[in-house]
Design a protein around this ligand. Structure first.
Ligand code: HEC
Length: 126
């Protein structure tokens, strides 16, 4: 890691500064344990990256999920509400990948990154 940072030079230090400023928010959204910015935190997604992933997930949700789960995952369709979902991230990801009951599997349509973005979006539903 230190080698990579050295190679990046000034850009890495600028990045550190930005991450340091946004670390509280990105930790909150990512659901990771809050703490002092460490080298590991440098590779955590920035707020902007995270926002982009959530918006991408929202687009996937609108095209593939809202017909059954409602436009904001409120369960207005024929499927359960996904608001305040108490399943773990990995259980949600497995459900999307493999389907469940009357829900079709999406593992052929969405790769791991797409599913990660869907999970991030579902986590914003309150
Ligand atoms: C054809 C309708 C349909 C579509 C499309 C659909 N679902 Fe579902 N989903 C269901 C039904 C019905 C269930 C209830 C589970 C069961 O029947 O076993 C469910 C369950 C779930 C659950 C588990 C909820 C819980 O608390 O048990 C998650 C998470 C979920 N769906 C996410 C998604 C996502 C994300 C998408 C889009 C990629 C999606 N679903 C698309 C019908 C659908």
């Amino acid at each position: 890691m230190s080698i990579e940072l050295k190679a990046l030079g000034p850009a890495a230090f600028a990045g550190l500064f930005v991450v340091g400023a946004t670390i509280g928010i990105s930790n909150l959204v990512a659901g990771t344990t809050a703490g002092a910015p460490t080298v590991k935190s440098v590779v955590a997604p920035t707020q902007a990256q995270l926002a982009k992933e959530i918006i991408t997930g929202q687009n996937y949700f609108a095209s593939s999920c809202s017909g059954c789960h409602g436009s904001d995952g409120d369960g207005e369709g024929d499927a359960p509400s996904l608001r305040d979902e108490d399943m773990s991230d990995s259980d949600i990801a497995d459900t999307i990948r493999m389907g469940s009951g009357r829900m079709p599997p999406f593992g052929q349509i969405y790769n791991a990154q797409h599913i990660h973005e869907l999970v991030l979006y579902i986590r914003t539903l309150k």
